[in-house]
Ligand binder design. Sequence first.
Ligand SMILES: *Cc1c(COP(=O)(O)O)cnc(C)c1O
Length: 412
Amino acid sequence: MQMPPEGRNWDDLRAEMIARGHGDVDWRSGRTAVYVFNAGEDIHHVQQDAYGLFMSENGLGPLAFPSLAQMEKDVVSMALDLLHGPAGAAGAMTSGGTDSITMAMKAARDFARANGNPPSDHNIVLPRSAHLAFDKAAHLMDISVRRVPLKGDGSYEADPAAMAEAIDASTIMIVGSAPNFPHGIIDPIAALGEIANAKDVWLHVDACVGGYFAPFARMNGVPVPAFDFEVPGVRSMSADLHKYGYCAKGASTVLFRSEELYRHMPFSMRDWSGAPMKTPTLAGTRPGGAISAAWAVMNVLGVSGYREKQGIVCATREKIEAGVRALGFEILGKPQLGLVAFRHPEAETLALYSAIRARGWFTSFTAEPASLHLMLSPKHAEVADAYLADLAASLDAVRNGVSAPKVEARYS
Ligand SMILES: *Cc1c(COP(=O)(O)O)cnc(C)c1O
């Protein structure tokens, strides 16, 4: 495409853009269980409206926009309250989980340097199931990654004893997920916390996908084990607002047990031609809309709204678990939140994945072991029966050797 020599009419362009979207997955109907969190039309409108109110404002300028600075503070304080942040805990909003994880690692690295650790040759110790954002950040900062196999007992949990063995004097961070993305399982954070304390190493809990889910599941009576700042060894956490916080995209939180740990995150400089500048996260300019939309959604839902939505998601997951078990599938581990992965002993997963895709469902895939994967939203309560019926039909087709055109199971 070349830029049109003369600008085009907005109404025409708008219609063209809507038409372009017609080739995308139909997430609004609930037939998508990855990438999008569908909390309903009302929340969608709050996101849109609240985003628009501060769309041109810039979170980079707290002096110019005290409104945004205060909304960010409010969001961080709501987050710390939900996740048992002790007095003096601190944090910031970022553009997403990858940004939050990168900044937590940067803080841990600079904390290590400030405390006399070697300036280079650092490593981090991760369970096999931790998100690739850690590897990306490690690549950027020249930190090596030690991925440790999970417990071999079918729980799909991190193995604290094996992780302890991988730690050495150059380890600047160990990680547990709450939950991990591939299996939706919460790692044994309390056991990792004991190791972190015993070895005096930084423990980060990646609650990107569970941070705004697990607290409400607990309030609803789900026996979620301690996974947040309640565990003494946890020094930092990542929790994404644009996932189960149901906020507009471009919003996450990175949280620290204390101001002393937090202060290793921001970057500031005065030695250049411009005025002294300080940026707390990876971004310079920060979209005001992502902050205002998060503030609005959290306030519009409140504790009761989140409890209701996460209750619906848990009930839907239980219904799907029962339905797929009845079809002979095995659930990986014991998921407690909104993610679930399952495989069938007699049907090849990729063939099933292709068959269910051909029936209009855009879901995802776990590689180890090969399984179907769902990330559920409240909207899925309305379509769980239709999904199970299509899954049963897909299973029949695959067993009878009627195969759909094979699609690749990948994210990009
Ligand atoms: C989504 C996710 C991330 C990365 O978050 P982005 O917002 O996609 O950058 C990290 N960890 C876990 C467990 C996630 O589910």
